[in-house]
Write a protein of this length. Structure first.
Length: 150
């Protein structure tokens, strides 16, 4: 039953909407026609953020992407596999990492990744560090700002 409290928090977010400020509300990152990620911002400030993230779908149809902040993730439910790149200069050099339930994963902001497979509706607890600029997709032509990626 430990998952039920988190599931209730995600399902009941509409009733929370009236009680939490706009900057802490749920953020969704859709692909052109599909929801890939559902995120609840529990706490967000300039120095860190605490998030609950539901990974809805693998993102291997897009280029690998980095994040604007380093983060530590605890997998609460399900599992996923990702491909990781340590620099944007050589997209041919990557490694695969698997993340089973209750595992910890650290991602520096200077690395990129691509979720290649999910299993069991992954739900994660994320502790993110401070921002280091905008995130981008890593393409063969170099990094492309997320707002310009099409």
């Amino acid at each position: 039953m430990p998952e039920s409290g988190l599931a209730l928090l995600l399902v009941d977010r509409d009733s929370l909407r009236a009680r939490i400020p706009a900057q802490v509300r749920v953020t969704r990152f859709p692909a052109p026609t599909r929801l890939m990620l559902d995120r609840l911002r529990v706490v967000q400030c300039p120095w860190f953020a605490i998030l609950i993230t539901h990974i809805c779908e693998a993102d291997q149809v897009r280029a690998p992407h980095n994040h604007s902040r380093p983060f530590l993730t605890l997998i609460l439910r399900g599992s996923y596999t990702e491909r990781v790149w340590t620099g944007p200069c050589n997209l041919k050099c990557s490694k695969m990492r698997g993340h089973p339930r209750f595992s910890l994963m650290f991602m520096p902001y200077a690395w990129a990744h691509q979720i290649t497979e999910i299993s069991g509706r992954p739900l994660t607890f994320v502790l993110a560090g401070r921002h280091h600029g905008a995130w981008s997709f890593w393409t063969a032509q170099g990094p492309v700002d997320w707002r310009d990626y099409g």
